[in-house]
Design a protein around this ligand. Structure first.
Ligand code: NAI
Length: 489
């Protein structure tokens, strides 16, 4: 079979296939869905454009969607997060060889440039033949953003011109859309009109979807997968609890115990990160803007402080906020020698490295891929700040999510929960369009509970069943749902 694709090296496919096979064992939720829907094929006719970190776990998701009848094209949602062996294995397919490809077109490799990244994203929306994609599976919202912005600019008759304040990334998006419009002037409207819906993986992408809906720019229904309890309270927390430390260790191999670590943001991801660092023996300090989350951190025994007051004493800084400009040049310049700085939030705008690069005398040295030492110039005392010798700080993954840039992201078992939600969300949107008008929806609680149920057996967890009398007393059905919508877990 021939099809277009672009990955690093197809000869990595065998190594990737071994890892995928082992991951399947750790992804009981996805494998159960494959079995359950093998004959009914609910995704037959679905043409899914997927933009999500091209890891081994994502390979199991892609092959589950295909097993349920979908046709798929895939790109990664970050320039550093692809596992090249997984990408190769997905292209080759379970029964294929590098000479006889039986898999799925993937456009992803570790270490893409920004123009390459947006080229890859256009490739998943560009289907051979007349039919375009009819579903998007997104992580962070880039594929959705490209389609909807493309449509908006196309309808306005012009792509905006980037100003000097715009980020490099925004300029690349504008150039990408401008180029594609030259060859096909109604391309983005056609693609947008063909999309039945999008399922969105992460907090930041969901935030974008609600904003798009508020401004009337969302043209198809969306399912917020992130806010399934079995996603955000598991992947965001327990996933980062595992993969943050993995990323720091693979990047630096610096001992964490006994050191001071600042976790910026104490939402689901921040909670996982703080627990992991404390588990390694670090003294953890949390920064927060939300009094509820700040109080939670204090109740867990963490010091809650403003970054300015602790920036000079910490050995590790991890941003988890989904917000921009959380660590700014003045903070970076005030850090102690060899402090390690990384971000685990979705986008790289949490740490202002562009601003740091503009500071005279700052130098960047590559230690190895995705690990850079930034040398900070000596500073004269100026009344407000004391004199400082030359120092350096270590920045992970150039400020992009370090657990995927420096390591391989979350482990399979937790991703099985997230991706079981993704699969059910794709089935819901594709097979029950009347239940999901344009807007942002979450999966029904019975499906959320179902995802949890699919993972209990593998952990040897034995669930207690309600008696009929108990169920009546609580006003529940014996088979659930067991909690009202407002319950927060
Ligand atoms: P969340 O909304 O639960 O937590 C973010 C927290 O940061 C909130 O409590 C908020 O009050 C706080 N915050 C916002 N601005 C702040 C500031 N300037 N200073 C201090 N605190 C601030 O979101 P969640 O689910 O924890 O996700 C955080 C980010 O991580 C998002 O970008 C999300 O997409 C991403 N994410 C990354 C994963 C990964 O594997 N790297 C996995 C899951 C989510």
């Amino acid at each position: 079979m021939t099809f277009d694709y672009k990955v690093k090296d197809l000869s990595l496919a065998t190594a990737g296939r071994h890892q995928i096979r082992l991951a399947e064992h750790e992804m009981p939720g996805l494998m159960a869905l494959r079995e359950r829907f093998a004959s009914s094929q609910p995704l037959a006719g679905a043409r899914i454009a997927g933009s999500l970190h091209m890891t081994v776990q994502t390979a199991v998701l892609i092959e589950t969607l295909v097993a349920l009848g979908a046709t798929v094209r895939w790109a990664s949602c970050n320039i550093f997060s692809t596992q090249d062996e997984a990408a190769a294995a997905v292209v080759v397919g379970v029964d294929g060889t590098p000479e006889d490809l039986q898999g799925v077109p993937v456009f992803a490799w570790k270490g893409e440039t920004l123009p390459e990244y947006w080229w890859c994203t256009t490739q998943i929306l560009d289907w051979p033949g007349d039919e375009g994609p009819n579903m998007i599976l997104d992580d962070g919202g880039d594929a959705t953003l490209l389609v909807l912005n493309g449509r908006k600019w196309e309808q306005a008759g012009a792509v905006p011109t980037a100003s000097e304040e715009d980020s490099e990334e925004y300029t690349v998006i504008l150039d990408t859309v401008r180029e594609t419009l030259e060859s096909a002037p109604t391309r983005w409207t056609t693609i947008a009109d063909g999309i039945r819906g999008v399922t969105e993986e992460t907090t930041t992408g969901v935030h974008r979807l609600y904003q798009l809906h508020e401004t009337g720019d969302l043209h198809f229904p969306a399912i917020n997968v992130n806010d399934s309890v079995t996603k955000s309270k598991f992947d965001n927390k327990y996933g980062t609890r595992h993969s943050l430390i993995d990323g720091i260790n693979r990047a630096t191999d610096t001992l964490i115990g006994g050191k001071v670590a600042v976790v910026l943001g104490y939402g689901d991801v921040g909670k996982g990160c703080a627990e992991a660092l404390a588990g390694q023996g670090a003294r953890v300090i949390v920064t927060e803007i939300d009094p509820i989350c700040a109080l939670q951190a204090a109740m867990e025994g963490f010091q809650v402080a403003q970054l300015e007051d602790v920036v000079g004493i910490a050995d590790f800084f991890v941003t988890t906020t989904g917000c921009c400009d959380v660590i700014r040049p003045e903070h970076l310049l005030a850090m102690k020698d060899k402090a390690i700085v990384g971000n685990i939030g979705h986008f790289d705008n949490e740490i202002d490295l562009t601003g740091l690069a503009r500071v005279p005398g700052v130098q960047k040295t590559e230690i190895k891929a995705q690990v850079h030492e930034w040398t900070l110039p000596a500073q004269q005392a100026d009344g407000e700040t004391p004199a400082r010798d030359e120092r350096s700080i270590i920045v992970l993954s150039e400020g992009r999510l370090l657990n995927l840039g420096n390591a391989t992201g979350h482990p399979s078992f937790v991703m099985s929960n997230s991706f079981a939600n993704q699969t059910l969300a794709q089935i819901e949107l594709f097979t029950r369009p009347d239940d999901y008008p344009v807007g942002v929806h979450v999966l029904p609680k019975r499906l959320d509970e179902e995802v949890a149920r699919l993972h209990l057996g593998a952990l040897g967890a034995d669930l207690t069943e309600l008696s009929k009398k108990q169920a009546e007393y609580l006003g529940l059905d014996v088979s659930g749902p067991f909690k009202p919508e407002h319950y927060r877990y």
